[in-house]
Write a protein that binds this ligand. Structure first.
Ligand SMILES: [Zn+2]
Length: 235
């Protein structure tokens, strides 16, 4: 025949097992969330880089058009040179050609700079796309892993809960509800062995007389310091 204390400690051991399993379930979530956050960050970077590529492509097209336009202007001025009649007209046309050539050469250096930036952006975009793909693969693997672990834990929790329900039947109802109430205040454990003359949880010392009483009758008593149940351990 087990004492009240013994059966209560069995229930508590069962509860500690359930608590551990629940903690493991909770710990599974951040793994997926961390990957979600990383993926989001890379997706945002891809969006920014894509926008930059688009902007540089527009600039590139614009400068290319301008270069064509200004080269045509040079061609037209050079053709007009053949038709000029006076030195004054020739000088004016030559100046126009010279100015247009300067503009074209500055546009060409702008185009080089745009091309360089485009290369950089496209390189970065390629890297980011690769990173996203590998994160997605990692996430798929992690999700599968977590699903397997969760399924295992779920099975263990069902077992642990039915074991607990069976153990709880051995504990007197009043004591069990007292225990449940104390444990409900976010405690993993509600019953503590005394440490010498003190509560095993908060170290409040228990008066000698009360301790003797507890030792003799194997009673489970409430700690006035922290509100847990405690019991005396001989020796
Ligand atoms: Zn205490």
């Amino acid at each position: 025949m087990q004492t009240e204390l013994q059966v209560l400690l069995v229930v508590q051991a069962d509860d500690v097992v359930i608590h551990g399993l629940e903690e493991r379930l909770v710990a599974l979530e951040p793994r997926i969330r961390e990957l979600d956050i990383k993926k989001e960050r890379v997706s945002e970077a891809i969006e920014r880089t894509s926008a930059a590529v688009e902007t540089e492509e527009k600039k590139q097209a614009y400068i290319r058009d301008k270069i064509v336009e200004h080269r045509e202007l040079i061609d037209r001025n050079e053709a007009a040179m053949d038709l000029v009649k006076t030195l004054k007209q020739a000088t004016a046309a030559a100046i126009q050609i010279e100015q247009a050539k300067l503009i074209v050469s500055s546009e060409e250096s702008d185009l080089l700079a745009v091309n360089r930036r485009l290369d950089e952006c496209r390189g970065a975009l390629a890297n980011q796309t690769t990173e996203l793909a590998s994160l997605e693969a990692a996430q798929l693997a992690a999700r599968a892993e977590v699903a397997v672990e969760k399924a295992e834990i779920d099975v263990e929790i069902v077992d642990a809960r039915s074991k607990r329900a069976a153990s709880a039947k051995d504990v007197p109802a009043a004591l069990l509800s007292r225990y449940d109430r104390i444990r409900g205040r976010k405690r993993v454990e509600a019953v503590y062995a005394m440490r010498g003359m003190s509560c095993g949880n908060c170290d409040t010392s228990i008066p000698m007389q009360r301790r003797h009483l507890m030792a003799q009758s194997e009673t489970i008593d409430l700690c006035e310091g922290c509100g847990v149940l405690m019991y005396y351990v001989p020796g």
